[in-house]
Design a protein around this ligand. Sequence first.
Ligand SMILES: Nc1ncnc2c1ncn2[C@@H]1O[C@H](COP(=O)(O)OP(=O)(O)OP(=O)(O)O)[C@@H](O)[C@H]1O
Ligand SMILES: [Mg+2]
Length: 260
Amino acid sequence: MLSVKNLEVVYNDVVLVLRGVSLNVARGQIVALLGANGAGKTTLLRALSGLLDIHDGEVTKGQVLLDEKPIERWNAPRIVAAGLGQVLEGRRVFGEFTVEENLRVGGHTRRGGLGESIEEIYELFPVLKERRKRTAGYLSGGEQQMLAMGRALVAQPDIVLLDEPSLGLAPRIVAQIKDIIVQINEQRGTTVLLVEQNAMMALSIAHHGYVMEHGKIVMDQPAEALLQDSDIRDFYLGRGELATSYRDLKHYKRRKRWLS
Ligand SMILES: Nc1ncnc2c1ncn2[C@@H]1O[C@H](COP(=O)(O)OP(=O)(O)OP(=O)(O)O)[C@@H](O)[C@H]1O
Ligand SMILES: [Mg+2]
């Protein structure tokens, strides 16, 4: 249903960041996209969500097809209205608004009224219900991530793009976020494209996985196969253990180059 074909993206008219990316996200799947810092993962999500222009980026070649319709020239509101929601890097919430106000803002794009939607979000994230009158800026990092996800989900997207939802969060919170991703996929049938540095988390719930390196897809396999792959184990799973510090992990990745 979401298909990227040979996509090229350039920033500031000169910097070629995506160099012919192709991938498919089938309806109902969770697809993981892994890759070191600077590989171009966020850039791809920006291209899929119509957000390149605000970063001075541009699609110079290739296509993004949503149910076979080319959307790579659409603007962000039109893409959201077509059912493709996104949770951006850095879990942005409206810091001065309350939790509930943030959710109402997310819901305004929804076809039809808000209806039961906010209550459904509170069922997924009970902590947001407890904090409904709190100012979003004072929530913890994990709660802000949940709010950012809730804000995208309240519009009931068919597909949701998640950019590193576990980044910097404690293992207990990462486990909750992981369960919620599985829940929205299984219960609501939401398709998920999950960008993660936490390869173990992402591959343990994904159906399929891609690895991006220097703006190209270098691996494309069922998630289970990637979990067994020795390069993946060595590079992303820190020799079988989960990296505890993202900073160390990112550092390690910068030093090590592989598959090139
Ligand atoms: N607005 C921009 N203008 C110019 N170059 C940019 C811009 N945004 C990103 N880049 C460059 O594009 C490359 C890919 O960046 P991107 O943020 O897409 O990578 P990423 O895979 O998401 O990395 P990370 O894991 O650190 O989030 C990097 O070299 C980055 O410096
Ligand atoms: Mg990124």
